[in-house]
Design a protein around this ligand. Structure first.
Ligand SMILES: C[S@@+](CC[C@H](N)C(=O)[O-])C[C@H]1O[C@@H](n2cnc3c(N)ncnc32)[C@H](O)[C@@H]1O
Length: 335
């Protein structure tokens, strides 16, 4: 027997690390330790948890390099945890990680999703029906956009543009950042009603309400508002991975109908290589979307170039962003 099964054992247990991280975020361990080094008993008291189980979690987090033991007894945050896991810090990623915690039980039923082709939990839960899940989802997107996603904005050039349609704009973070960067720009964040209700607060907290409006919109049913004139810019970020090819083409048709010649459209998303079997993050993310959304799927640049061409857009630039962003940004110009 030449093959070593170590890789299989590692893969089969990889979720242990995810679970430890998510438990740490739920118990606010890094926030508690940001006040200074603490013993497991002190952490447990602040977290409302069991002291001996807390000690074991802290030991696992030490192995994961998220905390360290400082004097043989007390634990302190490592820089990674101190930067991204402490509530109130500008780089805080808590809601984004908690959102993965919400999704985590669904991955345990992946075989069922693959067998039936159907999701095991209604996506509507985090798109408005369950207010806490929706809030985790929307704030998760906001923190991601503010943190790692800021780099995407550098590849979206809206100089000289006046009106942006941010289709499936979610928290409105990109619209807010883009209008703050371009004083002549207004933006419409178009998303489902339960999501735009939260987006309005986020946009206001960023001081961008004057030029960003958040409008209820369902891309399966509604035409883009495009008032008083057609849009000269559109952004579709992190949306098309919810849709099969026909759904993507239908959304692109609606965007094409609401944009003027010369308009610029940016598609930003996790995308697959043209052979559709990589990269690793892309194929895994595609499955993640399939457990979450009825029609979840990732698309290749080649596929989207064709679909854009069908509705009158020519792809003029493609930028692949590395980890931790994993997004590709396609720029297309309306003929
Ligand atoms: C991953 S989020 C991306 C949000 C934002 N564009 C960003 O990049 O941060 C996908 C968005 O699509 C929205 N969405 C899903 N179904 C929709 C529909 N039928 N009509 C409009 N928006 C929808 C979701 O509410 C969510 O805000």
């Amino acid at each position: 027997m030449n093959e070593n099964p170590a890789a299989l054992i590692e893969l089969a247990t990889a979720y242990w690390g995810s679970a430890a991280l998510i438990a740490a975020v739920r118990l606010r361990i890094a926030t508690i330790l940001s006040e200074g080094p603490k013993t497991p008993t002190e952490v447990a008291k602040a977290a409302g948890s069991d002291p001996s189980a807390t000690e074991m979690l802290l030991a696992a987090l030490t192995s994961l390099d998220l905390v360290r033991k400082v004097d043989g007894e007390r634990f302190a945050n490592q820089p990674l945890a101190d930067t991204y896991l402490v509530e109130g810090r500008p780089e805080f990623l808590g809601p984004a990680l908690l959102y993965n915690g919400d999704v985590y039980p669904l991955w345990g039923r992946l075989d069922e999703v693959v067998r039936t082709g159907k999701v095991t939990q209604s996506p509507e839960k985090y798109l408005g029906d369950d207010s806490e899940r929706t809030r985790n989802f929307v704030y998760g997107m906001h923190h991601r956009a503010l943190g790692v996603g800021r780099a995407i904005g550098q590849h979206v050039d809206l100089s000289g543009r006046r009106h942006l349609a941010d289709v499936g704009g979610g928290p409105g973070t990109y619209s807010a950042l883009l209008t703050l960067k371009h004083p002549g720009l207004r933006a419409d964040v178009l998303d489902l009603p339960g999501v735009v209700a939260i987006a309005r607060d986020i946009v206001a907290s960023m001081g961008a309400s004057e030029r960003v409006q958040c409008l209820p919109f369902d891309y399966y049913q509604d035409d883009l508002p495009a008032l008083p004139a057609l849009y000269d810019a559109a952004l579709i970020s992190g949306v098309l991975h919810r849709e099969q090819p026909d759904g993507v083409r239908s959304i692109l048709r609606r965007v094409a109908a609401a944009t003027e010649p010369g308009a610029v459209l940016y598609l930003s998303d996790v995308m697959l290589d043209d052979h559709r079997t990589g990269p690793l993050f892309g194929t895994m993310f595609a499955l993640n979307m399939r457990v979450l959304a009825h029609d979840g799927r990732c698309h290749s640049v080649a596929e989207q170039t064709l679909w854009l061409d069908e509705v009158g857009f020519t792809v003029t630039a493609v930028t692949r962003l590395p980890a931790p962003i994993h997004y590709t940004v396609i720029r297309a110009d309306k003929r």
